[in-house]
Ligand binder design. Structure first.
Ligand code: ADP
Ligand code: F6P
Length: 321
């Protein structure tokens, strides 16, 4: 089958570098003599038929921008088979021979469903959480870690002036990668990640041990969802006498101009995704493995488990007194 027209959408939580991926898809497809339609608002826009043709210039001046120019959405209707069939009908109406889906694992489940319905889909991992097992890297992760580091460096200034303990909540739904790496980069005294859970005794023991060694201010990095930073701060203050504050960094971590890594990985993954669709291959997820861009069957990718780097966690713990 000759592939003439493909679509591209962004879905789920946005991530810096999604624009670079959209640009890569549009440019690579046009270079291969295909037509590209941009879908607004993820699967919600697909169901509603919100598709517009994109040209070389419609992706100008976006490589450096955070967010996604196509917008993103969460769409409950698409989780039902009836919603998938509606989307399929829209794809047929617009003559889509394939679709690139930039998002996280939820978006890939949708892409697998749409592929099964007969529209070849290729997923590109875009999420700041780096929580997709088949790939060592997801678009947005590096920018988010750098943003987190910059924010915590600012906190460190004031924490140090007041001899306080700062308990910082960072993003990472069910995944501690941002907390771990930004924690190391910021010299956090203790890092709490969902893969290990909140060990309050170990946390207090670490602060007390560091205090004995003359430490006067502390940064505790906590991945979201494993405890309220205000509660943790209160407990630290009660048990150690160190004045403590909780800070939630929140969505600021999802914004900002993408780093070199995010722009380059996004561009390479986009190119690979278009190459697959050009050959009529769908139901695949693009991934990075040992620096190479590869692809996996979506179901196989979704069944993989990501191993938390305990060795790195131990390094962090051993050098943070
Ligand atoms: P992410 O892609 O970042 O993991 P979500 O989990 O919110 O984000 O998923 C984004 C969208 O993908 C959902 O709003 C829904 O439209 C679609 N989706 C998620 N899970 C499924 C599923 N199990 N089956 C079909 N579509 C899904
Ligand atoms: O993109 C992933 C993520 O940033 C998670 O770390 C976080 O839990 C979630 O998105 C929050 O997304 P939202 O506020 O858009 O629902």
């Amino acid at each position: 089958m000759s592939v003439k027209t493909i679509g591209v959408l962004t879905s789920g939580g946005d991530a810096p570098g999604m624009n670079a991926a959209i640009r890569g898809v549009v440019r690579a497809a046009i270079k291969s003599d295909m037509k590209v339609l941009g879908v607004r608002d993820g699967y919600a826009g697909l169901i509603k038929g919100e598709l517009v043709e994109m040209d070389m210039r419609s992706v100008s001046n976006i490589i450096q921008r955070g967010g996604t120019c196509l917008k993103t959405a969460r769409c409950l209707e698409f989780k039902e088979w009836a919603g998938v069939l509606k989307a399929k009908a829209v794809c047929e109406q617009f003559g889509l021979d394939g679709l690139v889906v930039i998002g996280g694992d939820g978006s890939f489940r949708g892409a697998a469903d749409l592929s099964r319905a007969g529209i070849p889909c290729v997923g590109i991992p875009g999420t700041i959480d780096n929580d997709i097992a088949c790939t060592e890297y997801t678009i947005g992760y590096d920018t988010a870690m750098n943003t987190t580091m910059q924010m915590v460096d600012k906190l460190r200034d004031t924490v140090q002036s007041h001899d306080r303990c700062s308990v910082v909540e960072v993003m990472g739904r069910r995944a501690g990668y941002i907390a771990l790496n930004a924690g190391i980069a910021c010299g956090a005294t203790f890092i709490c990640v969902p893969e290990i859970g909140l060990d309050m005794d170990a946390l207090l023991a670490k602060i007390k041990a560091a205090k004995k060694l003359g430490k006067s201010y502390y940064i505790i990095m906590v991945a979201e969802g494993i405890g309220h930073v205000e509660d943790i701060a209160k407990r630290i203050e009660e048990e150690t006498g160190i004045e403590s504050r909780g800070t939630v960094l929140g969505h600021v971590q999802r914004g900002g101009s993408p780093t070199v890594t995010d722009r380059v990985v996004a561009s390479r993954m986009a190119y690979h995704a278009v190459d697959l669709l050009k050959k009529g291959i769908g139901n695949r997820v693009v991934a990075q493995q040992k620096g190479d861009i590869v692809d996996f069957d979506i179901q196989e990718a979704l069944s993989m488990k990501k191993q938390f780097p305990m060795d790195l966690y131990n390094v962090a713990n051993d050098i943070s007194f």
